[in-house]
Write a new protein. Structure first.
Length: 245
């Protein structure tokens, strides 16, 4: 069995292979404008059991037509998609991003019976709550680390664009140090505020900056870097096994 997972986000497109049981295989990433060309370059001539597409952008009918011809089952993932887990939404689904929903599916299946908080460190910082009873309770969205640095540079006259990987002191003594400490510590305080407010929850970090912050937050956490793709892999496996017509 071979499945293909496509996660089109705000900044880039990720494509990954997966197999039976939702096991993730090789992953590819691109920020090039022609998303379909990139996807086809990864697919080569392979015909897949299932392709699952998650996108935060507007529907692309041409892309969907091309992809659906390359697999036995094609799924445009969204709030109407049947899931391999009885994930209950504790709020109206309208406007819910498919990436957040896929991550919630992964949390519910990988951490069953636990109250969980998921932090996704990407272009945005998304914080989501999944209960031990499998209820997706909702969550919040704020700016991610690199977006905060870009905002400071874009909306001021003199503040530079900072490399987010640089070391810093907790009390900045120059402009770059003050900006770095302000952004990074601000995010840490924000995350720790949630963790302290909801004691007893299993804490899960994911996203491009997850390992960076995992080293700085003083809490017991799980890091699952590609949680969205893990959710899509579990969904692809569900469809590929002929459980759904």
């Amino acid at each position: 069995m071979r499945n293909l997972l496509i996660d089109i986000g705000n900044s880039n497109c990720k494509v990954a292979f997966s197999g039976r049981g939702g096991e993730l295989g090789e992953m590819f990433r691109s920020s090039q404008p022609d998303t379909l060309e990139f996807i086809l370059s990864v697919m080569k001539d392979t015909f897949f059991d299932a392709i699952v597409l998650s996108t935060v952008k507007d529907d692309d009918a041409h892309m969907q037509e091309v992809l659906s011809a390359r697999c036995r089952k094609f799924v445009v993932f969204g709030t109407d998609t049947r899931l391999p887990v009885n994930l209950k939404l504790g709020f109206p689904a309208k406007g819910l991003g498919s990436d957040r929903l896929a991550a919630a599916v992964a949390v519910a299946m990988l951490f069953p019976g636990r109250d969980c908080i998921k932090f996704d460190f990407g272009t945005a910082l998304t914080v989501d709550f999944i209960s031990a009873g499998g209820v997706y309770e909702g969550g919040n969205i704020s700016l991610g680390m690199q977006s905060r640095f870009r905002a400071l540079n874009t909306f001021t006259k003199k503040l530079p664009l900072i490399d987010p990987g640089r070391e810093f002191d907790e009390k900045g003594t120059d402009t770059a140090g003050a900006m770095t400490a302000g952004v990074v510590l601000g995010l840490i305080f924000e995350v720790e505020g949630y963790i302290n407010r909801y004691p007893g929850h299993t804490v899960i970090f994911t996203g491009g900056d997850s390992f960076y912050f995992a080293e700085k937050v003083k809490s017991s956490i799980f890091v699952v870097k590609n949680l969205v793709l893990s959710g899509l892999a579990l969904i692809a496996d569900y469809y590929a096994q002929d459980r759904i017509c």
